[in-house]
Design a protein around this ligand. Structure first.
Ligand code: HXC
Length: 510
């Protein structure tokens, strides 16, 4: 017995060394943690239960039968984050560059299946040279097995990907199918074809960082939701995100202790809106002043900054926030903003997280660039997302809600449950100046008359009361009492039940 135990200890120690000290040192020299160190940071202390530590590949090509490393380049299992269960895999770059073999993929698939069956999130820590070159099609098949599970798990359990090294070729498509992608600055990159192939095929010379680094994917492509300075910071932020999410689509979002009075009155909000309707202000101020302890977890901060998305808590309960940002592009909706917000609303709807929509939107961004880019189809995504969502939806119009954008931003007509407006709200087909120039075209050469028409229009429509008279706005509220009113609104919707007609799935405009 003693001998067997010794062998177990020996095998464990050897598996824990992955590709050996030399490669571990090389990993550290790049400023990266090892796969095991990452798990230690991500999970609660001593909570990790590992599976398949001794699994090895079965490839015999290219002398591979001489090179077997227990675990085969990926560490898998489950553990807890602040006491709540998650499944995870962490690719070990020190073992064949973290490349994915048939058996490596089987390990990932096993924990994905368990996560779906047992209802807990899946977190993937990616650091891999892609398909294990020595294995050929076995590896490609392995990837497809993972992709299939990503699709099937979507909307069942939250899926989070952290890119902590290379992620190239078809390998990018597993993270791409998950709910959130985080990157680490300077050490991670994602692309379908790398710089060398790009140069050969198109003659374009571009660095890996410019092609697929964290800056590129958080700002330009929107593939990634956030980028962090280093491994430690990224993993800590994943822990923070998990605290906002339910474990699965039948679980309730987690309730946390809170130390912020739901009745808190915030007098400074009475003066948030500038006198001049064309002057911008910072929507972050409102978000922070209404949320528990001012805590806001932002998603896609760097991309389409004209709309803000992220999570807050009200009375300890997670709430998704979608907010126009008057400070950027006057808060207009454009292609990027529509896609960003639509995806966020759909995530919240999948996992029963109520949504608060803060509206100050002058309309859709006009212009040929937007039309050629398909703003019709992309704007429809947001409309579609709000219309189909059955989660509690509370809307607050702070200032402008013009035209189609009024309809889109979780209006009453799209099953907004409670729609509030501040007294400064202006709910109309368009701004007063634009409106009078159209309906009083005959007076277009008479600036005085036009100015009078504009004043008349403002008087009549630039307020929340016409909409309130029709019941499209449930109440016009004092800015200072916003936190209190929103807490009460969401509390009143806690037992909301709403179902859409049966269908296999919808056909949203992709
Ligand atoms: C097998 C691999 C590997 C791979 C790296 N290694 N990638 N082994 N299959 N795909 C091994 C290396 O041989 C090396 O082994 C160790 O990992 C570290 O690699 P280095 O090159 O020394 O590291 P570095 O200089 O940091 O470069 C990392 C890298 C590079 C950029 C990832 O290794 C690379 O370009 N690898 C190939 C990437 C690739 O073309 N993958 C296939 C993509 S196509 P030793 O023993 O020396 O430590 C794909 C298709 C998926 O993934 C399709 C899904 C549908």
């Amino acid at each position: 017995m003693q001998k067997v135990i010794q062998e177990l200890v020996h095998r464990r120690t050897s598996a824990q060394m992955g590709g050996g000290q030399r490669r571990i040192d090389a990993q550290h020299q790049k400023g990266k943690l090892t796969a095991r160190e990452r798990i230690e940071v991500l999970l609660d202390e001593d909570s990790f239960e590992e599976f398949d530590m001794f699994k090895t590949h079965r490839c015999s090509e290219f002398g591979m039968d001489e090179q077997k490393i227990a675990g085969d380049g990926v560490i898998t299992g489950w553990g807890t984050i602040n006491g709540r269960m998650v499944y995870l895999y962490s690719q070990d770059f020190t073992v064949f560059g973290g490349s994915l073999s048939e058996t490596h993929s089987q390990k990932i698939c096993k924990i994905m299946d368990m996560a779906v069956q047992n209802g807990a999130p899946i977190i993937g820590l990616n650091d891999s040279g892609g398909a294990r070159i020595q294995e050929g099609v076995d590896s490609l098949g392995g990837y497809a097995e993972v992709f299939k599970r990503n699709a099937l798990a979507s909307g069942v359990v939250p899926q989070i990907s952290v890119i902590m090294g290379p992620c190239a070729g078809g390998a990018v498509y597993s993270p791409a199918m998950t709910d959130f992608i985080f990157m680490v600055k300077d050490t991670s990159y994602m692309f379908v074809t790398g710089p060398d192939v790009v140069k050969t095929v198109t003659n374009e010379i571009i660095s890996a960082e410019d092609l697929g680094g964290a800056e590129t994917h958080t700002k330009k492509s929107s593939v990634a939701d956030a980028a962090f300075e280093n491994d430690l910071e990224a993993l800590r932020q994943v822990r923070r995100l998990v605290d906002f999410l339910p474990l699965n689509n039948k679980d309730k979002p987690p309730l946390r202790p809170f130390f912020d009075d739901p009745q808190r009155i915030e007098h400074s909000l009475d003066t948030l809106i500038p006198e001049n309707p064309n002057q911008p202000y910072d929507m972050y101020e409102l978000i922070e002043k209404i949320s528990d302890e001012g805590d806001f977890y932002e998603i896609q901060e760097k991309h389409a900054a004209n709309i803000i998305t992220g999570f807050i808590r009200l009375e300890g309960r997670p709430i998704g926030v979608v907010a126009n940002q008057p400070n950027v592009l006057a808060g207009c909706l454009d292609i990027d903003a529509s896609k960003k917000a639509a995806r966020f609303v759909r995530f919240c709807d999948c996992f029963d997280i109520p949504v608060l929509t803060l509206v100050d939107v002058p309309g859709f961004l006009p212009g040929s660039a937007q039309e050629y880019g398909g703003i019709i189809k992309h704007g429809a995504k947001l409309l579609f997302a709000y219309a189909e969502a059955t989660i509690p939806k509370v809307t607050l119009i702070t200032r402008k809600a013009y035209g189609g954008a009024y309809d889109v931003m979780s209006s009453k007509h799209l099953r907004g449950d409670l729609n509030y407006a501040w007294p400064s709200a202006q709910i109309a087909v368009m701004g007063a100046k634009g409106a009078t120039e159209i309906i009083h075209r005959a007076d277009r050469h008479d600036p005085e008359k036009l100015a009078q028409h504009t004043r008349d229009y403002e008087e009549r429509f630039s307020n929340p009361f016409v909409a309130a008279e029709r019941g499209f706005i449930d109440d016009v509220i004092q800015p200072r009492s916003t936190r209190k009113r929103l807490c009460r609104a969401f509390a009143s919707l806690r037992n909301k039940q709403q179902e859409n007609p049966w269908k296999k799935h919808n056909n949203m405009p992709l």
